[in-house]
Write a protein that binds this ligand. Structure first.
Ligand SMILES: Cc1ncc(COP(=O)(O)O)c(C=O)c1O
Length: 391
């Protein structure tokens, strides 16, 4: 009964059938080695700004250790509502349209579970964040991937959407600025996608976790397009721009019916987000503009350097306009992305993530995160140049 084969056979099929994240597998190999320069992690190298940490520790000193309302502290929801209104021009009621979640990860899961019934289709674009496909499968839905193209700068087009939509499509899931390509959309792109969603009567989930991190022009949010607020779940969080990954703080903004549905799942499965992290996030929304501007300026310098280094090496790479990743095309070296990444690790101790971790169309690419120090990036570029010279 308790041999591992028998135990494995009892695991739900949907879970059994889903492979582990390619990133995780790769980083188990990396963690077994010493002196690796890692361009692999999708996490800021900055420590959370001190005043945000201080807000959490002062709250702890005051004995703030309880549950909160399932929806999150009202003062935080008010801050979120104000933040989103400033960014997008769209106002959500803190009372019943803002839900505080445990990272955007939980928000995504809640949104999919609240909407998807067995067989419903979710359109999303690849290369994409690793959780999109699995969370749809866990909800017994069908994730339909649209392969975006390097020629279009990995921007999703209306024609690509029209080619994949079906009567079973219920949800469109978007992520711009994009992980892993660094692509962002123009206002025109966003308006075309919005028109498509309205014409096909879809609910849209828009994961805008990187909205602060754009380097050449401002991000334009999907919810700013007339007619989208009423059919969209807007997802955002504190992990990236505020460097608060470990606080595990995210939020959703959506019409009350959708918020209530997500809240029900959240209430029975998570109860609430941690109160100390909520206290820290109140401070983050009030006083971190300068911190964000500083980190963003640093990322921009690194973005410029990593992009021009790849170009100088003859490795094509679209100029990443947002997030903190460069998605470099290494297909001309005659290896799969995984072979390239493993050989680079073996020969030069530089870790990056094979593009296939983000969907099949990532074949031939590697994702290099520039959320690591300038010195590390410089050294990694020297090593990559030496590596390809020998190929
Ligand atoms: C596009 C995207 N969405 C969501 C997440 C998850 O973020 P969180 O830390 O808020 O759960 C990530 C993390 O890398 C991401 O890149």
């Amino acid at each position: 009964m308790n041999d591992s084969k028998s135990l494995r056979s009892r695991i739900a099929k949907t879970v059994r059938d889903i492979p582990r994240s390619g990133i995780r597998d790769f980083f188990e190999i990396v963690s077994a080695r010493e002196d690796v320069i890692s361009l692999g992690i999708g996490e800021p190298d900055f420590v959370t700004p001190w005043h945000i940490r201080e807000a959490a520790s002062l709250a702890l000193d005051r004995g703030v250790t309880s549950y909160t309302s399932n929806m999150g502290l009202l003062s935080l929801r008010r801050g979120i509502s104000k933040y989103v209104a400033n960014k997008t021009g769209i106002t959500y009621r803190p009372e019943d349209e803002v839900l505080v979640t445990v990272g955007v990860s939980e928000g995504l899961d809640l949104a999919i579970r609240a909407l998807i019934e067995p067989g419903d289709e979710v359109l999303y674009h690849e290369p994409s964040y690793v959780s999109y496909n699995p969370i749809v499968a866990f909800a017994h839905g069908k994730a339909v991937a649209i392969a975006t193209k390097k020629e279009n700068g990995f921007r999703l087009t209306r024609a690509e959407l029209e080619a994949q939509v079906s009567p079973k499509t219920k949800v469109l899931l978007l992520n711009y600025p994009n992980n892993p390509t660094g692509a962002i959309l123009t206002q025109k792109d966003v308006e075309e996608i919005a028109t498509f969603a309205i014409e096909h009567d879809l609910i849209v989930l828009t994961d805008e976790i990187y909205d602060e991190l754009t380097y050449d022009r401002e991000h334009f949010s999907l919810i700013s397009v007339p007619g989208m607020r009423e059919r969209t779940i807007y997802l955002h969080g504190f992990s990236k721009a505020w460097a608060m990954t470990g606080f595990r703080m995210g939020f959703t903004c959506a019409p009350p019916e959708l918020t209530e549905a997500m809240m029900k799942i959240h209430q029975y499965t998570m109860l609430c987000a941690p109160i100390l992290s909520q206290e820290a996030s109140i401070e983050a929304l009030k006083h971190a503009d300068k911190d964000i501007a500083y980190m963003k300026a640093e990322y921009k310098k690194r973005r410029n350097f990593i992009h021009s280094s790849f170009e100088a090496m003859g490795i094509p790479c679209i100029r990443p306009e947002g997030a903190f990743y460069a998605f470099a095309d290494v297909s001309k070296f005659g290896m799969t992305a995984k072979e390239f990444a493993l050989k680079l690790l073996d020969d030069e101790n530089v870790a990056c993530v094979p593009g296939t971790a983000f969907g099949a169309c990532g074949e031939g690419f590697i994702r290099c995160s520039y959320a690591t120090s300038f010195d590390h990036i410089k050294e990694a570029m020297v090593r990559i140049a030496r590596f390809i010279e020998k190929l």
